[in-house]
Design a protein around this ligand. Sequence first.
Ligand code: NAP
Ligand code: ZN
Length: 335
Amino acid sequence: MSEIHGFAVHAAGAHLLAYKYDPGELETHEVEIKISHCGVCHSDVHLIDNDWGISKYPFIPGHEIVGTVVGVGSGVKDRTMGERVGVGWQADSCGICEWCRQGQEHLCAKSQPTCVGRNGGFADRVRVNSRFAIPIPTSLESENAAPLMCGGITVYAPLMNYGVRPSSRVGVIGIGGLGHLGVQFAKAFGAEVTAFSTSKDKEAEAKELGAHEFVNTRDTGALKKVAGSFDFLLSTVSADQDWQAYVSALRPKGTFCIVGASPSPLQIQGASLIHSQKAIAGSNTGSPHELSEMLSVAARHGVKAVTEKFAMAKANDAVTKVKKNQIRYRAVLTN
Ligand code: NAP
Ligand code: ZN
């Protein structure tokens, strides 16, 4: 097979530069995918900047990939040439641990992220274990589906796994790439949905996407006004926040679930969890099975990413806009 061309980062915080690598022989369990679209997740920005100390340079970012299968390893039985598939945060797992055998591959200790120690989707092609190449329902457009592969699953899985239902009062904090999908999925679950945002100008769009209420978190006292209101709060914000105020905004037995990676330790009074039996939780993307389920729910309920398109060669422009919180609501690179 020929070289793969993409855009790589060579040092923390550096600009992406044109880059090529030789992927070698296609392994028996792998598929090769010709990429048509790749979303820009804020996790790509964290990896580019080495915020988590796990980045391995040089690497090609990108883990919200949609494309067509153009190579199938000799041992692959689940994918075929020409199929349209998506790839998210995970490209491989051990396949034999208790978590893999339960279909919870995203919890595998040997889980391999798509662009940590390997090259991701800001490129013309990518290779992954075929188990992590997920067929895309025909009714979804590739451009709107790509952001579902990480942003979508990361908000769908906790709504599902923490039992959100029609009677639930749900708050989604941060209306960015993840949050604007979280509002749509929470509405599809039948919940009453509140959007929490620092951007006043997002109110009308958040309501169009399905939010019943909008809280401008820059307003003094805004969080106090909603004390005791929510069964489930999902924070997609990558910055430190008033954690205690959000715990206070929960109803008894409510859960505050964190999917956005904030830099500092959380400051929360233990006593504020005890009395009303509140919980703090986290959630990590989702399994291949959950990805398939999420895509079919998105197709049936009309959940789709609102996108801003960039040519692949303009990846730096997209990353800069993501850093400035100027994208409405997900940048998608196209080949
Ligand atoms: P994004 O598109 O940049 O959206 C984040 C949103 O957070 C912004 O649009 C903004 O919404 C809000 N925000 C930004 N800065 C803020 C600040 N200083 N204070 C309060 N709110 C602020 O990012 P994303 O792609 O949705 O990703 C969000 C986070 O989730 C990142 O940390 C990412 O690494 C993480 N993530 C986690 C997982 C997982 O598996 N757990 C998966 C994917 C991503 P408003 O304008 O509405 O305030
Ligand atoms: Zn992501």
